[in-house]
Design a protein around this ligand. Structure first.
Ligand code: ZN
Length: 248
């Protein structure tokens, strides 16, 4: 667990310009929106913290905004652990604030909460247990669902536990599962052998979807403020590239 978080702390972050210059990233095989989220499939997004749904796949969600099919967003933790030891951002304040931020962000993505079910599981931030989460997900996920989660080796223990739980449940229930990197954009470099590039698929986003994602990220103000914000400018710039990457 701590080893994974060390991966994030040990890196000063990969500049967005480095990712932009990557020909490998430019040449990744494309996946179309209707392949990633086929009509008739319920999309289930499992986010370890309230903002990962935007950071990992906000462009996908924005692209589906006009779609009226039902979806399910699972917020695994309340994100109360983002500012350990802070006197201002106490766990209780974070719980309340981050739920509100998510609500605003989802509206900015254009997600209609009449069609989307939003389940908040309140598992402990920074201590998400994959088995416990899998047990909870088994009651929420149905065969044929299309699951999206963070990536199994993303470098944050909760992102990894969430991916593991989703993979287990997806296999049991015959649901397809895609994983999207978040923190890997911070600590990895293009071509980094720790990432499964040979399987990676790229969903291209139009300008409107990127703009909605940008506005949705801005809603997560608690993660952006202060001299040393949780989400740094470099990472944000990378996450606003005109595509998202998914590992099947
Ligand atoms: Zn997260």
């Amino acid at each position: 667990m701590s080893q994974a978080l060390d991966l994030i702390a040990a890196s000063s972050g990969t500049p967005a310009s480095v990712w932009r210059a990557s020909t490998q990233l430019q040449q990744l095989p494309r996946i179309r929106l209707d392949e990633l989220a086929p009509p008739g499939c319920r999309l289930v997004v499992v986010a370890p913290h309230p903002d990962d749904e935007v950071l990992a796949c906000g462009g996908l969600l924005a692209s589906l905004a006009a779609d009226t099919r039902p979806g399910l967003l699972v917020s695994v933790s309340d994100g109360e652990g983002s500012h350990p030891g802070s006197l201002h951002w106490t766990p209780q304040r974070l719980r309340t604030t981050r739920e509100l931020e998510s609500r605003i962000a989802l509206a900015r993505l254009g997600l209609d909460l009449h069609h989307w079910d939003w389940q908040r599981l309140h598992l402990p931030d920074a201590a998400v247990d994959a088995d416990e989460l899998a047990a909870r997900l088994r009651n929420l996920i149905r065969p044929g669902d299309r699951l999206i989660s963070t990536w199994r080796y993303d470098g944050h223990c909760d992102h990894e536990a969430t991916a593991l739980a989703c993979a287990q449940v997806a296999e049991q229930l015959h649901a397809r599962h895609f994983q999207a990197p978040v923190w890997a954009w911070h600590w990895a470099l293009p071509g980094d052998p720790r990432l499964p590039w040979s399987q990676a698929l790229r969903l291209d986003l139009d300008e409107a979807a990127v703009q909605r994602k940008r506005e949705a990220i801005q809603a997560h103000a608690s993660q952006l403020e202060g001299p040393d914000p949780v989400l740094g400018e470099q990472l944000l710039e990378t996450l606003l590239q005109p595509f998202e990457v998914f590992f099947p």
